[in-house]
Design a protein around this ligand. Structure first.
Ligand SMILES: [Zn+2]
Ligand SMILES: [Zn+2]
Length: 370
């Protein structure tokens, strides 16, 4: 990967990309403040479609409006399919599922958090990295509950309504996290297994400069499983990756940075300290069974000051951007000085491996753009 700042400055940012954007034939991403969700259609020109993830609380109207702009008035999906159930991916889930009266699919290990059975392991504000991490203790923790609409993803790795796609088990960020992959053209919807912005930093999230990072640290509850999941996705060598946070990436840059992340995950993605190091949270089909004790955070007195400074900086940037001014920020890159000496333990070895899809094509000609 090039570390050239000039090279990085040429990459897309929030300022240069629309909220609703074409990702690949039949795939569109909608940015909802700081998280992405996806509209996916099996045939590119017409026909059924599904919603992948459901954005922040209060986003139902925006999501429905975007769906209608893509698919026409009254557009309704066949299903809502979840990468995982964190509040920024499932915030509008109950509202949308009820409004559209559609089933909701997720991995069986994710269902406890979508059916009111269990809250996630607590977020870990001690992982560092910026205001998004510091604030994580305040994020909504309650489980969502879509009741009997919730269904387990098929055991054969098929994806309901999308015969060309397969789901890939990618636990670690959450116990039942999955990604979705279309092998025919190498399109990956990765959820938060890895992301394409530095999600811990409010400044980076605001700007959204494209670069591959590990899963958001403050919510990741099993780092060894997360590492194995990134390895699994890197082996696919995706040509396009749309992730839960950040602008979609593609081509050689994506593949190089994802490979680098997989090869140096402990240095690049794992925090130097945190509640879920070295031991992970333990969860099963009933939800969370055990979590490590909270970690004392010696920097707590500084958090409010740093938070106030971040908010002030954010407002300043917003005002600047609103006025059409251009600003450049020094790219901080990844922290290459982290150490990870103790291996984490988890339950990843017990998971089903990804089943490769057939070579039967199923490729439909379609519009290359909106
Ligand atoms: Zn998440
Ligand atoms: Zn997320």
């Amino acid at each position: 990967m090039s570390d050239s700042l000039d090279h990085l400055r040429t990459r897309p940012t929030r300022a240069t990309t629309p909220d609703l954007q074409f990702v690949a034939p039949g795939v569109w991403a909608l940015r909802n403040v700081f998280v992405n969700l996806f509209f996916v259609r099996q045939t590119y020109n017409a026909g059924p479609w599904v919603l992948v993830d459901a954005g922040l609380p209060g986003a139902a109207g925006k999501i429905r409006h975007a769906a209608e702009s893509l698919f026409g008035p009254g557009a309704r999906p066949e299903a809502i399919i979840m990468t995982h159930g964190h509040f920024d991916h499932a915030g509008a889930l109950e509202s949308l599922a009820e409004h559209w009266d559609v089933p909701v699919y997720a991995h069986r290990l994710e269902l406890p958090y979508l059916t009111g059975r269990s809250a996630y392991p607590p977020p870990d504000p001690t992982v560092g990295g910026g205001a998004m991490a510091w604030l994580s203790g305040l994020y909504p923790k309650h489980p969502y509950n879509v009741g009997s609409r919730a269904h387990e993803l098929p055991a054969d790795h098929s994806v309901p309504e999308l015969p060309d796609w397969r789901w890939v088990f990618t636990p670690g960020h959450t116990p039942g996290h999955v990604a979705f992959y279309r092998e025919s053209d190498g399109v990956l919807i990765a959820g938060d297994a890895f992301v394409t912005t530095q999600q811990e930093s409010a400044l980076a999230v605001w700007e959204q400069r494209q670069e591959v990072h590990g899963p958001p640290k403050y919510f990741t509850c099993d780092w060894e499983a997360a590492r194995l999941s990134v390895e699994r996705l890197a082996r696919l060598q995706p040509k396009v990756a749309a992730t839960g946070h950040g602008i979609p990436m593609r081509g050689a840059t994506l593949q190089q940075e994802l490979t680098e992340l997989a090869q140096h995950f402990r240095e690049l993605a794992v925090p130097a300290q945190g509640r879920y190091l070295p031991d992970p949270a333990i969860a099963d089909e009933t939800g969370v069974r055990a979590v490590p004790p909270p970690v004392h955070n010696p920097s707590t007195p500084w958090i409010l000051g740093g938070l106030a400074a971040s908010i002030g900086l954010g407002i300043g940037i917003w005002l600047k951007q609103r006025d059409g001014a251009r600003r450049r920020y020094k790219h901080h890159g990844r922290n290459r000085h982290h150490h990870f000496d103790q291996p984490a333990t988890g339950y990843a070895a017990a998971v089903d491996p990804f089943t490769p899809v057939d070579e039967d094509g199923g490729w439909f000609p379609g519009p290359q753009n909106l």
